[in-house]
Write a protein of this length. Sequence first.
Length: 109
Amino acid sequence: MIKIANTSIIILILTFTYQVHAGSYQAGKEKSQVCAACHGADGISQIKMYPILAGQHKNYLIHALNEYRSGIRDNVVMKGFAAGLSDQDIADLSQYFSMQQGLKIPPLK
C-alpha cells in the first residue's frame, strides 16, 4: 500500500513538473513580440546577422536561451533579454518558435 502511494506521489510530481515547463504555444506567441525586433515576425529574420528562430528544435532553443541567460554564450544583447526570462518563459518561447515553419523557407541571400 505504501509503495502504491509513493508511486502515485512521484507520478503527480512528475506530471506537475512537466506541465509547468512544457511550454505553451499561445503564451510563447505573446512573449515573442520583443524578439520580433531582431528575429522578425514569427521568428523569420530578414537580416542575416540575426538567426531564424522559426522551426528550430525546441530543445536547442531551450539550451541556447539558458546559455545566454547564464552567460555561457557571450552576447551582451541576448544576455540582457534572456536575463529576465523565467524557465517557463523559455519553455513557452521555445514551444512557439519550434512550431513555426522558418527553416523550410529558402535561405536569405
